[in-house]
Design a binder for this molecule. Structure first.
Ligand code: ITT
Length: 199
């Protein structure tokens, strides 16, 4: 059984991505946890060297938990396109380059897809709650959909404007954030985290 986070505990959110930080803050808001971000604490960003989302989430959570001596929650996630063999996937942030320009990253996805008929895509999110003594609990959420072009909508972040979840018509960039939180890859991983680790 996973170690539980007592109500009122302080939790480091081990991310430097403002879009993710906003979504995690919104998902956590109804629960009595006192969040502080790794950016605010000035914690360094560890190199993401693991071969999968779960491994990278674990590495980021443990680095922050050990540095802050407090439990830390990390998110490793990505946009995956079937016709590109799952790319950009683990490299989703890197495809945006040092300027973190996601319109560039989306154009690259579009260019590499060319006229491929298969537009299936998914978002994956691994969450890891890590403790200063090295204990971790990890959870994976995924949502299926398709890659669309051109990008649509100013909401959300990253690849949101070019993703339509299965059964819908709006991109994540057009959707009300509350609607994204109801079914997203991050929300699905978060629901498992809540059930296993939150009092
Ligand atoms: P941290 O490691 O500091 O959390 P990061 O941006 O480097 O930030 P990742 O390595 O997990 O995080 O990169 C995942 C990228 O995938 C991220 O930069 C986003 O652009 C994209 N991504 C993840 N979740 C997304 C979502 O819900 N909507 C759109 N894009 C998303």
């Amino acid at each position: 059984m996973a170690r539980r986070l007592a109500a009122g505990s302080r939790l480091v959110i081990a991310s430097h991505n403002p879009g993710k930080l906003r979504e995690i803050a919104e998902l956590i808001a109804p629960h009595r946890v006192n969040c502080v971000s790794a950016a605010v604490l000035g914690l360094p960003e560890p190199p993401e060297t693991a071969p999968d989302f779960i491994g990278n989430a674990r590495l980021k959570a443990l680095a922050a938990a050990r540095a802050a001596q407090q439990p830390a929650l990390a998110d490793d996630s990505g946009f995956c396109v079937a016709a590109l063999g799952g790319a950009p996937g683990l490299l989703s942030a890197r495809w945006a380059g040092p300027a973190k320009d996601f319109s560039h990253a989306m154009r690259r996805v579009h260019a590499e897809l060319g006229d491929a008929a298969d537009r299936r895509a998914w978002f994956a999110c691994a969450l890891c709650l890590g403790w200063p003594d090295g204990e971790t609990a990890t959870f994976l959420g995924r949502v299926e959909g398709e890659a669309v072009w051109p990008p649509r909508g100013e909401r959300g972040f990253g690849y949101d404007p070019m993703f339509v979840p299965q059964g819908g018509a709006a991109t994540y960039g057009e959707m009300d954030p509350a609607e994204k939180h109801a079914t997203s890859h991050r929300a699905r991983a978060f629901a498992q985290l809540l059930a296993a680790c939150f009092d």
